[in-house]
Every structure is written in C-alpha cells, then in structure tokens.
Design a protein around this ligand. Structure first.
Ligand SMILES: Cc1cc2nc3c(=O)[nH]c(=O)nc-3n(C[C@H](O)[C@H](O)[C@H](O)COP(=O)(O)O)c2cc1C
Length: 294
C-alpha cells in the first residue's frame, strides 16, 4: 500500500500530528509520501497512490481556503481510492466535525471515498493562549491516540465523526471568513517593537507580506493562518479586527509545570473533559488488546 498524506499547517500543530502519523505508518511498513500543500511549485500525481490523507487546522468550523483550493485541483481517479482526513483545532466542540464536509464531497466526485476521519485538540493559535500544561496534555494525548487511529486506517477499520444537525448551514455561514480573512489581512500592522528580521514575510504561506523600504505592505491574499503574528519573535503584530484574540509565541509542549496558573479554566470545560476521557478510553482499550500494561 502506498499512502500520500497532504497537509497544511499554519503554526505547527497540524504538522506535529502529521509527523507522528508518518512515524506510525512507517512503523507498520507502509510506504508514505508527505506533501506540504503550500508548496505550489511542484506537482504530484495521486494516481501513484492507493490512499490519500488530508490534514489541516480547523478555521471557523471549516477547512482553510488553501486546502479547499488544493483539493479542487486534485485529478479525478480512474478507480475508487480510500481517503482519510485529519484535523486539529483549539477546542473539541462537535460542530468542528463538519469542517471536512466540503472537501469530503469534492473528493468523492474525484473517486476518493472517506473511510477514516480524526480530530485532535491542540492549543489555540488565536482566541486565547492555552496554558503550557494544557498544551502538554493535548499533545501527550494526541501522541498516544495517533498510533491507535493509524492502526485503524491500516487495518481498514472505518472510523468517522458525526456531524451535528444544521452543522452544514453553520459552516456555510462561517465561510465568510474566506473573504473576511483577506479583508482583515490588509488591516494588519507592525509596531515599533519590530526587529526587522523579516521572518513574517519569509514564512507567509501565500506571500502576502512585502517589506518595501522598511515599510510593511499587506496584500489581499491573507488566509488567516496566524503564522506571521504567532511566530513574530518581537510580538510586533496587530492583527486587524481580531487583535484582542492574538496569540503570540510557540507553546512549550514538553514541560508539565505544576505551578502554572490555570487560565480560561471554565471555557468548554466539559467538552475538553469528554475529549480527554474518550481518548483515554480508546488508548486503554487498544493497550489491553495489545497486552500492554499501563
Ligand atoms: C482563523 C482561525 C480560525 C480558527 N477557528 C477555530 C474553530 O472554529 N474551532 C477551533 O476549535 N479552533 C479554531 N482555530 C484554532 C486552530 O484550529 C488550532 O489552533 C489549530 O491546532 C492550529 O493548527 P496549526 O498550528 O497547524 O495551524 C482557529 C484558528 C484560526 C487561525
């Protein structure tokens, strides 16, 4: 079996998940190629693969526009092929499940049939900053549950997420973000804290930031991935209308700090608990089947 896993990751969470998947596929002796969706200068031929995977971060209950555009350009296959979808998002609300519906339907018309779909909760890169402890717990959980999920894909055990009533309508309404992101991106500003490192311009996936004579020019292609402001070493960005929701700086996924002060502790408290419980149950059952003592 030969697998092609195509991904987009704005600020690295989805990439972490994809890397773990690649390890797990390789451990199972599956031939896997990985494709970064933002690299537009190369071409691939899906015909050379038996199974396609698409991974992305959820943006306002939808897939990012760059992912939708990429999917539209995939060629129709002569025969049916399996499709799996992997998504990451900042909170575990069931409404997030609907985000894949559009690309699922587009790909169905191209003969890719969805068999497996997984959602991993990872720390927010907009809205508010999760604590490092929460980031640690999220990543620790993802690391443990991905082998179980990968096993399902390899062993042809279907697993799909349920879509909530009216979810399609809600997702459709929130697609205004595709247009809104482009509009808002033009309103970005960089303040006096800027150290002129040009990291933002160099890392923008859609080449939307130009620096001309030390002046920043923001174009109209922003896809709201947050990479520029999230990764800015000087925290010098203002992100237009969403500035109150800005999150800056990579999370420390590796240290659990018992003294860290909990913030936003009540935000979606029950749904985070349900997510972690569900994953723990799945991991526990898998380990029992494998005869692993915990
Ligand atoms: C524009 C935007 C919209 C987002 N919308 C949602 C959302 O609707 N639900 C959610 O749980 N997380 C949302 N998030 C959070 C991201 O999905 C989450 O932090 C993800 O793990 C980021 O992955 P990345 O680092 O691969 O870009 C949003 C993030 C951005 C930038």
């Amino acid at each position: 079996m030969k697998v092609l896993l195509c991904y987009f990751s704005g600020t690295g969470n989805t990439k972490k998940i994809v890397d773990k998947y690649v390890d797990e596929f390789k451990k199972r002796n599956i031939d896997i190629d990985v494709w970064n969706i933002e690299k537009k200068d190369q071409k691939f031929d899906a015909k050379n693969y038996d199974m396609l995977g698409i991974a992305y971060p959820i943006y306002a209950f939808n897939a990012p526009s760059i992912v939708v555009d990429f999917v539209k350009n995939i060629a129709k296959q002569d025969k049916k092929k399996k499709l799996f979808i992997i998504k990451s998002s900042g909170e575990p609300l069931a409404i997030n499940n609907i985000s894949s519906n559009k690309i699922k339907n587009l790909l169905k018309r191209k003969n890719f049939i969805l068999t497996n779909e997984y959602h991993y909760v990872m720390p927010y890169n907009i809205m508010f900053r999760h604590t490092d402890n929460m980031a640690f717990k999220m990543w620790d959980t993802a690391k443990k549950v991905i082998p179980v999920d990968c096993d399902e894909i390899v062993k042809n055990k279907e697993s799909k997420l349920s879509y909530i009533f009216m979810g399609n309508l809600i997702a459709w309404i929130f697609r205004i973000q595709y247009w809104g992101g482009r509009y808002n991106g033009k309103k970005y500003e960089v303040n006096e804290k800027c150290i002129k490192c040009k990291k933002c311009a160099n890392c923008c996936p859609v080449n939307n930031i130009k620096i001309e004579n030390d002046k920043f020019v923001f174009g109209d292609r922003c896809i709201m991935c947050m990479r520029c402001s999230f990764c800015c070493p000087a925290d010098a960005f203002k992100i237009g209308l969403f500035n109150k929701w800005k999150v800056n700086g990579q999370y420390n996924f590796n240290n659990y700090n018992e003294n860290e002060i909990q913030t936003h502790i009540n935000f979606c408290k029950n749904s985070y608990k349900k997510y972690f419980d569900r994953c723990d149950k799945k991991i526990g059952e898998y380990n029992d089947r494998q005869g692993v003592s915990q």
